[in-house]
Design a protein around this ligand. Sequence first.
Ligand SMILES: Nc1nc2c(ncn2[C@@H]2O[C@H](COP(=O)(O)OP(=O)(O)OP(=O)(O)O)[C@@H](O)[C@H]2O)c(=O)[nH]1
Ligand SMILES: [Mg+2]
Length: 269
Amino acid sequence: MIAVFSKQCTKAVTELDLDYLERGGGTLTVSGAPSIEPSPDSLDLVKVVLLGAPAVGKTSIIQQFVWSDFTEEYLPTERKHTFYPSVIINEHLYEIKITDVPVIPYFPVNSYYEWTHYRFYGLRNATAYILVFDLSNVDTFQYIRTLRDQMVESRDMRNVPVLVVGNKQDLLCSSTPSASSGLQQLAMAESACGDSREKRRNIVNLVRKHWKCGYIECSAKFNWRVIAVFKELMEMIDALEGSSSGRNAEAPSDSAIGGQTHESRCAVA
Ligand SMILES: Nc1nc2c(ncn2[C@@H]2O[C@H](COP(=O)(O)OP(=O)(O)OP(=O)(O)O)[C@@H](O)[C@H]2O)c(=O)[nH]1
Ligand SMILES: [Mg+2]
């Protein structure tokens, strides 16, 4: 069981605007708000940044997780927003800072570029990354592939969990024949679906086997597996915290999701 203290706030680059809300439902249990609010700059915050091509649903995933809210309207993110939920997982409390930023054309290769181009985005010192692509437009994976290459080249990623998320699962084509479809249309639709399935298989293979990162599919629109996204990420972080503090040596973690815990630590060779 995991519990979330669902407080959230959004913070502009220059101003701080805390606005805490409580939330429950799904597989998470709201355990009440903590009496002490976390300092946004507290050192032990788990800093999570979502990155991905435009319109893949980064903001929607965060808003569904934090607010249980979804909007059909597309409003591109134009400035940094931060959210501060707290999560209890495997009996450990984590205060999380989730950062949603405008699309970045590249990952800053050093702190100079970060300072000059992406000041205050916290890209290079994130605890973990969620890389999002759109399952209904698998070409959006190319963006995170490039970004991930840039990260690996410019930052020591050995203890930095990366979770790849395929969003918009609800838009995945199904090859179920519809009564009104003509045979030719059906064949074309099936072939397009086949191509897309093949591309997805290759992506999953690349992410899990070669990158050795976590992979999960969700729909922000229907709140399918959105909680699982953050649960999986926190499991990865908790496993790393446990191994660095020696906690796991004393008490074996019960946090493995389908036996994936070790694989889902993004170990970059
Ligand atoms: N069908 C469907 N639509 C979604 C889903 N998630 C997001 N959308 C829609 O996709 C569009 C883009 O969503 P956003 O969350 O703004 O995407 P974003 O990645 O934050 O976009 P940028 O801020 O421009 O980078 C919006 O119209 C959303 O309603 C989903 O799971 N399914
Ligand atoms: Mg956005």
